[in-house]
Design a protein around this ligand. Structure first.
Ligand code: 5AD
Ligand code: SF4
Length: 451
């Protein structure tokens, strides 16, 4: 029998939120789940059908954006779960293509943008009456004030401190889907951090599209940047680890670099995208930094915290990128020796300046460049992991492993570490790193950590 693809109209009792893309989406997904829980809707147990499915989408690259339509198709054809659920589309595809989704996918009841999801419960009230509702307003801070208290119980938690982007890199949709840069107020962030800690968080990762552009007034009325916020968070009892992501090279200030040498709870890890190693390409990308200024910045982080693990993002095949220009990216990688990195083929995004630039690069050329770049990045990641063998460090226990008695967690350098011993979720366990693979390390429990 052909499944009914008209929107479901019964009030849902269970939900499932599926988040794609960046960590900010994971955070937003958690907050939507908390909102739905407040309305008495419970999370569908693993493997069981949900009455309401929220697809929290990513628009950063074409592949990510197209996924949404295949997911909607599979949901309405009964391929993901037996019963066709009520469907809400959230996230950046919702923001960018709201009307188109409504036209293309009749099974979708709600389309809600990343700055409007606090209104999801009201939208749901309309959807159960059979209305199809779209809300892609961008009131930014209003969202945070309207959200319920945090209830997330995980050893490692995300906390959005900044949203949006004013940088307008020529390939990127984020300034259009997430809007202008805004910083959440200092006091709200400390309150939310306290709630997360009370609920069991021992590590907090501060999130923002340009997290290091955050600024706010502290309790004495002084304007502080991200470093000031980190110093304040470090004074909270029960919080053991602080991380932040993603930073822009141009918003890096002396205080944040210095904090890596001053704040023991700030983990020795920095994700600082560079995108390309050639100055002409960087200029065409509107990155407003050069390869040299980026390298100099990293040097200063290494001076402040010599063991810092470096991570970055790369795009290969930006319009007009020549072979020699691409090789500059390889040279930059050789110079930095990243502990970890993310690399992508350039994907033209509708409405961005680069999408209409001449000299779009052929798919095969991009694939070849991506492979060569990833070979080097993988080489360096393995080398970094291998160089960690013999070190004893704290591992924050975040999950049970596949086997009985096995635990998984993260080293200070954000490496995945597994070990077998007595432990509990949220423990900080002193572990000697005994064996390294490309993506994880095996640890052996010791008495006291040295790092
Ligand atoms: N094509 C490919 N990669 C992109 N990114 C952003 N926009 C694009 C695009 N149009 C990458 C950048 C960014 C990361 C989050 O995604 O490397 O840092
Ligand atoms: Fe996109 Fe550039 Fe802003 Fe990062 S800094 S979100 S890549 S526009």
């Amino acid at each position: 029998m052909k499944p009914d693809t008209t929107p479901a109209q019964n009030r849902p009792k269970t939900y499932r939120v599926k988040s794609f893309g960046c960590q900010m989406n994971v955070y937003d997904g958690e907050r939507m789940a908390e909102l739905l829980a407040e309305k008495g809707i419970t999370e569908a147990p693993e493997g069981e059908d949900a009455d309401l499915v929220v697809l929290n989408t990513c628009h950063i690259r074409e592949k990510a954006a197209e996924k949404i339509y295949s997911d909607i198709g599979r949901l309405t054809k009964g391929k993901i779960q037996k019963k066709v659920p009520m469907i809400a589309v959230a996230g950046c595809v919702a923001q960018a293509e709201g009307e188109e989704i409504m036209k293309r996918a009749p099974a979708v009841s709600m389309v809600v943008g990343p700055q409007a999801y606090h209104r999801l419960p009201d939208m749901l009230d309309k959807a159960v009456q059979g209305e199809r509702v779209t809300d892609t307003d961008m009131p930014a801070i209003a969202k945070f004030n309207a959200l319920p208290q945090r209830k997330r119980r995980t050893p490692s938690a995300f906390l959005t401190v900044q949203e949006g982007c004013d940088k307008f890199c020529t390939y990127c949709v984020v300034p259009y889907t997430r809007g202008a840069e805004i910083s959440r107020p200092y006091n709200d962030l400390l309150d939310e951090a306290r709630k997360l800690i009370e609920a069991g968080a021992r590590e907090i990762t501060l999130l923002g599209q340009n997290v290091n552009a955050w600024s706010g007034e502290n309790e004495t009325g002084r304007t502080v940047g991200l470093a000031g916020l980190i110093h304040s968070l470090a004074r909270l009892d029960g919080l053991e680890r602080i991380r932040y992501t993603t930073s822009h090279p141009n918003d890096m200030d002396d205080a944040l670099i210095a904090a890596h040498g001053e704040v023991a709870k700030l983990m020795p890890y920095l994700h600082l995208p560079v995108q390309a190693g050639n100055d002409r390409v960087l200029k065409a990308m509107n990155r407003s930094h050069t390869a040299q200024s980026y390298l100099r910045l990293l040097e200063r982080f290494r001076e402040a915290r010599p063991d810092i693990a470096l991570s970055g993002d790369f795009i290969v095949g930006f319009p007009g990128e020549t072979e020699a220009e691409f090789e500059d990216t390889l040279s930059l990688v050789d110079e930095v020796r990243y502990a970890q990195a993310y690399s992508f083929k350039y994907s033209p995004r509708p409405g961005t300046p680069a999408a209409t630039m001449d000299n779009q690069i052929a798919k095969e050329v991009m694939e070849d460049r991506l492979q060569r770049l990833q070979d080097r990045l993988n080489r360096d990641q393995l080398a970094f992991n291998q160089a960690s063998v013999g070190k004893t460090c704290d591992v924050l226990v975040e999950r049970k492993g596949k086997h009985e008695g096995q635990w998984l967690g993260k080293s200070p350098w954000l490496q995945s570490v597994w070990f077998e011993d007595e432990a509990q979720l949220g423990d900080l366990v002193a572990v000697e790193l005994a064996e390294a693979g490309p993506n994880s390390l095996r640890g052996v429990v010791r008495e006291v950590a040295t790092v």
